[in-house]
Ligand binder design. Structure first.
Ligand SMILES: C[S@@+](CC[C@H](N)C(=O)[O-])C[C@H]1O[C@@H](n2cnc3c(N)ncnc32)[C@H](O)[C@@H]1O
Length: 254
């Protein structure tokens, strides 16, 4: 995804993002990531890089325990996060290419990794994570789906804030069962402060790769790879795979 192809949800609709996926909903997952970091880092983790950090909803729940640096492609999402997390470092950049010049005890690439819609892009993002993980540190990747867990389907939701409200339909499908991408058609219904309702649709293209490919790419970057299941209470019957990349080496990177 080039920056000019960033979905509207992360550009002119970014102010509506917290109504689509409220920050409170991230507490359970953030706690799970914290426990993974704590148990896999070779020293007590102190610093975290969040790649594709969006509105900073994970960082909001992690920043009391970790000094967080947040990177996102979309300036409008960084603006949301700066408001929510003024004490965190923010940088605009592409997870496929950014180099900050220092490393972190943990690197988190949450749902944003699903925007890596080709093997080449996924490889670049994993290499970026490796380059920013200190020796003895750990990177976490949580795609929305792997090939083995993908199911076409729909979800609806949304919320109200003060005098605005959003409802959405998320409709996931795949052109061919063998495709390494799936499509998410998003329909947003937006009610503004005047009571006027607008509807907009856009398509997000997401990557879909087998577990074995994830593990191979993580190993090829230089990590020791692992995968753990995460059954978030709101994920229904489909658990998520969280891939870990353990960076070998002595404790005490930067
Ligand atoms: C669903 S949001 C992430 C939400 C985030 N987990 C949170 O805590 O708020 C996905 C984000 O990925 C970002 N993104 C997509 N492709 C990217 C890339 N190549 N590099 C950096 N960020 C990217 C988008 O701009 C968007 O903000």
């Amino acid at each position: 995804m080039k920056s000019e192809q960033v979905p509207r949800l992360y550009r002119d609709l970014a102010e509506w993002y917290p109504l689509l996926t409220p920050v409170a909903d991230y507490a359970e997952a953030a706690d799970f990531y914290w426990r993974l970091l704590e148990s896999h880092c070779k020293r007590a983790p102190r610093t975290l890089l969040d790649l594709g950090s969006g509105a900073g909803h994970n960082a909001f729940h992690l920043k009391a325990r970790l000094s967080c640096t947040l990177v996102d492609l979309a300036p409008a999402m960084l603006a949301q996060s700066r408001r929510l997390n003024p004490e965190c470092e923010h940088a605009q950049g592409d997870m496929r290419s950014i180099r900050l010049g220092h490393s972190f005890d943990g690197v988190l690439v949450h749902d944003a990794i699903s925007y890596m819609a080709s093997r080449a892009d996924l490889t670049r993002a994993i290499v970026t994570a490796f380059e920013h993980t200190a020796p003895g540190g750990v990177a976490l990747f949580q795609p929305d789906f792997v090939s083995e867990t993908f199911k076409p389907g729909t979800e609806t939701g949304g919320s109200d804030v003060e005098n605005r409200a959003l409802r959405y339909l998320e409709w996931r499908w795949r052109r061919q069962p063998s495709d390494e991408t799936y499509l998410t058609d998003m329909v947003y219904v937006l009610r503004d402060a005047s009571g006027a309702v607008g509807i907009s649709h856009e398509r997000h293209v997401m990557g879909l790769f087998p577990r074995s490919d994830w593990l191979e790419l993580i190993a090829a970057a230089g990590f020791d790879p692992q995968v753990v299941p995460f059954n978030h209470s709101s994920y229904g019957d489909t658990g998520h795979d969280v891939f870990l990349g353990l960076r070998p080496g002595a404790v005490g990177g930067e």
